[in-house]
Design a protein around this ligand. Structure first.
Ligand code: ISL
Ligand code: CA
Length: 529
């Protein structure tokens, strides 16, 4: 396999609003991130992916950009950003940005001019007065319709996400030219790549009605089409002189799509985030939960491990509930968090750790909708209310799935504000900050945090965990076993102690009091046979 720096990288995702607040306004910011670079570096990671820090009205927390060339004042200044890049570089850490180019904010200058019919922006978006067959019957990612009427233009525009996130029209070559300039601007600042938001839906081939479906009616007109592949090739060309990399957030892709998106000879993306392993506890849409099964979970990941030359490996991000609450055990919180960390850092692909995952942060313990900020949860709650779904059911559907689960402030210590802020945090802090926090885990050599550090340095010493081949050996309700090169990884994801028939040379175990010939509940180990 070809060696590449981004295959050897371990990425740490920061959700800036919730990471570290330097000035007490309750919102995390760039100086806050800079103050934590030594911590990040102590984990052993070498890339930071920053969720959006651009100017934005924050209807979708920065995924609605109003100016791609400036930093949101809540987060600091461009000078702060430049010093983040420089300070990270001193520690051997590269910064990658979030690239949100399927849509802009409706407050973006392009949209403001577009709605007034001002050239050259008139056709930067999909307007019903310039596209036949519109508005159509498409349904959106946050539930509900995808067309919003605009008084100013006296026409409707397409938005696959919230109404204040109008989709850009990639049939217009000027749009691409502007996007290309944005990429260069950030690359020149020393950014080493992009996480490309919903990148496989950029190009819409027509705006005809879609086939009626329970979710995303119309998606056959935009999911992973040739027009998108063409744009990705252009993005790739811009990046190639910079030794930067791209990871696409790609919705509803299968392995065949992912191959087309990532195979090196096609020169598109370097890797993609697929969602199939995140869907194993869902029935069709994420709000309908089914029982989680490790066997099904591992089968899905195994299919991707075998199917694709290079994967991403992730169990969390800012859109997903916390992995320990979802796939782990309440009884064995620490043990299961360590086991999940082992899975994350030993499968074949670039691992992405989401802030707080390394200390075992859990889902938000909120008790009412008033404590929720996320636009998606609010929309869905309103839709469920219209459908007369009983309160308890509605509550459960939202609670297990809503995105704020991952967005509560980072728990640095157990004091007021959790070391995140000296002010009032923008989103509630989890009540378990006393037990789960960085300060406490720093002082404990058996903590989840200490184990993550051990795991990461182990990975750095064992090339097999990066470039070694992969083979699944056992996948049942209790135990998963796989091989990476000459290393065997064994995970007991059950509350039972399990006897082993034979045991190799144990190189690393998550269990401080391990028992020879047995796997303790939720024990994870690596061995040579
Ligand atoms: O969040 C989801 C499931 O809960 C997805 O449907 C999500 O909306 C989809 O993966 C796209 O996500 C990305 O683009 C959105 C933004 O809200 C998300 O935060 C971002 O990760 C729109 O830009
Ligand atoms: Ca702040």
């Amino acid at each position: 396999m070809n060696k590449e720096w981004w295959k050897e990288a371990i990425v740490y995702q920061i959700y800036p609003r919730s990471f570290s607040d330097s000035n007490g306004d309750g919102i995390g910011d760039i100086p806050g991130i800079i103050s934590k670079l030594d911590y990040i570096s102590s984990l052993g990671v070498n890339v930071i992916w920053l969720s959006p820090v651009y100017a934005s009205p924050n209807e979708d927390n920065g995924y609605d950009i109003s100016d791609y060339y400036s930093i949101h004042p809540d987060f600091g200044t461009m000078a702060d950003f430049d010093s983040l890049v420089a300070e990270a570089d001193k520690r051997g850490i590269k910064i990658i940005m979030d690239l949100v180019i399927n849509h802009t904010s409706s407050e973006h200058e392009w949209f403001q001019k577009s709605r007034r019919g001002i050239e050259p922006y008139k056709d930067y978006y999909y307007w019903s007065d310039s596209w036949p067959g519109t508005p159509n019957n498409w349904t959106g990612f946050f539930g509900g319709g995808t067309w919003e009427y605009d008084e100013e233009r006296k026409a409707s525009y397409l938005h696959l996400f919230a109404p204040h996130q109008p989709d850009l029209n990639y049939h217009n070559p000027l749009v691409w030219e502007d996007i290309g300039k944005i990429l260069k601007f950030w690359l020149e600042k020393g950014v080493k790549g992009f996480r490309c938001d919903v990148i496989n839906i950029l190009y819409k081939d027509s705006l005809e009605n879609g086939k009626k479906k329970p979710i995303l009616t119309g998606s056959e007109h935009y999911l992973t089409l040739d027009g998108t592949h063409e744009i990705l090739k252009k993005i790739n060309q811009i990046l190639s002189p910079y030794d930067a990399f791209t990871v696409g957030e790609t919705v509803f892709v299968d392995i065949e799509d992912a191959k087309l998106l990532t195979y090196p000879e096609r020169k598109e993306l370097n890797m993609v985030f697929s969602f199939q392993h995140m869907e194993v506890d869902q029935i069709m849409v994420k709000w309908f939960k089914r029982k989680f099964s490790w066997k099904r979970f591992v089968s899905v990941m195994d299919k991707w491990q075998r199917g694709l030359a290079w994967n991403t490996v992730y169990l969390e991000n800012h859109d997903q509930p916390r992995s320990v609450s979802r796939f782990g055990s309440r009884e064995y919180h620490g043990e299961s968090a360590k086991l999940l960390g082992t899975l994350l850092l030993t499968l074949k692909g670039t691992p992405f750790i989401f802030q707080g995952e390394e200390i075992g942060m859990t889902n938000f313990d909120f008790t009412s909708m008033d404590e929720i900020q996320d636009v998606e949860s609010k929309n869905i709650y309103a839709i469920l209310s219209k459908l007369n779904i009983p309160k308890g059911t509605k509550w459960n559907m939202i609670k297990k799935t809503f995105r704020d689960n991952a967005r509560t402030p980072m728990q640095w210590n157990g004091r007021d504000g959790a070391g995140f802020t000296t002010g009032i945090p923008w989103l509630g802090i989890n009540g378990n900050k006393y037990e789960i926090n960085v300060e406490k885990e720093e002082g404990d050599k058996d903590s989840i945090l200490s184990y993550y550090r051990a795991l990461i340095s182990f990975r750095k010493e064992h090339d097999d965990l990066v470039y070694g081949d992969y083979e699944l050996i056992r996948n049942d309700k209790w135990v998963t076993e796989y091989r990476r090169g000459a290393l065997y990884i064994v995970l007991n994801h059950s509350n039972k102690e399990i006897r082993r028939e034979r045991e190799g040379e144990i190189l690393l175990s998550s269990e401080k009091n391990r028992k020879n010939g047995f796997l303790k509940p939720w024990e994870a180990l690596m061995e040579r046979r």
